[in-house]
Design a binder for this molecule. Structure first.
Ligand code: ZN
Length: 67
């Protein structure tokens, strides 16, 4: 059985923040926003393991400032 998790840290602690936009989710554990993925328990464990080992955001190092 698959369920939605944060692709970055593997957390299920995610929220659908914009009802009009299905692709915008927010993770309460790592502050990720964007698409979530559907995984099974094993894949989730892999993501969580990776996240613990690297502990960093893969996509971008640069901070974007919103004015
Ligand atoms: Zn996360």
């Amino acid at each position: 059985m698959k369920f939605k998790v944060c692709p970055q840290c593997g957390s299920e602690n995610i929220e659908w923040i914009i009802p009009q936009n299905w692709s915008q989710w927010s993770c309460n554990d790592c502050s990720y926003t964007g698409l979530v993925i559907e995984v099974d328990k094993e894949t989730q464990k892999e993501i969580q393991k990776q996240w613990k080992e690297t502990g960093r955001i893969i996509s971008s190092k640069d901070d974007e400032e919103d004015d």
